[in-house]
Design a protein around this ligand. Structure first.
Ligand SMILES: [Mg+2]
Length: 182
């Protein structure tokens, strides 16, 4: 189970650009929140933010495409606006088994429970990978394993507690090690 922005996609610059285009100082932007809540906090409408977001700008982190190509099952749980997320998935040719975005959670912060229900798997068979504390919190809420996307320099610099993956391919070692059956 993956977060999208900052985990699969190197999207910090694209997100900042959309806020900056709306007059927000980039140092005021934070990561990992429901998109509607962050837009409101920064004083703009969700539509204004979403209209300014360039869905052609963000690229996958190195090694992500190779990882996704060999995972037998993967899903995405993201706070992102579905319009931009779906456009990016189409551009990148990504086909997760299940993908839930901000609209799946009534524009509140995402939760893993509904995504696990759609997958038909229990939390003890899932590993969540994310780049912000919100990702860790939703994993802890359902009791699934968690690893940090340490390939994101912003996340690595925070030196979080727990499992920090240096490269996407390192995830295969965790899965093969029996944490989750493949
Ligand atoms: Mg993220």
């Amino acid at each position: 189970m993956f977060d999208l922005d900052g985990t699969l996609l190197d999207s910090d610059a694209a997100l900042l650009a959309a806020f900056e285009a709306n007059g927000v100082a980039i140092e005021d932007v934070t990561y990992g929140h429901a998109v509607a809540a962050e837009a409101e906090r920064l004083g703009l409408t969700l539509d204004a933010y979403e209209s300014a977001y360039d869905t052609d700008a963000a690229t996958p982190f190195p090694g992500i495409d190779e990882l996704l190509a060999v995972l037998p099952r993967w899903a995405v749980c993201s706070n992102k606006h579905p319009r931009s997320a779906v456009a990016e998935f189409e551009r990148l040719g990504w086909r997760p088994e299940v993908a839930c975005f901000a609209d799946s959670f009534d524009w509140e912060h995402k939760r893993l429970g509904p995504v696990l229900d759609l997958l038909g798997v229990s939390a003890d068979r899932v590993l969540m990978v994310g780049d912000t504390t919100g990702d860790l919190v939703v994993a802890e809420e359902v009791g699934c394993a968690y690893a940090w996307a340490g390939w994101n320099p912003r996340t690595a610099a925070e030196r979080p507690d727990g499992v920090v993956l240096a490269r996407p391919a390192d995830l295969l070692g965790l899965l093969g090690g029996g944490l989750v059956d493949r």
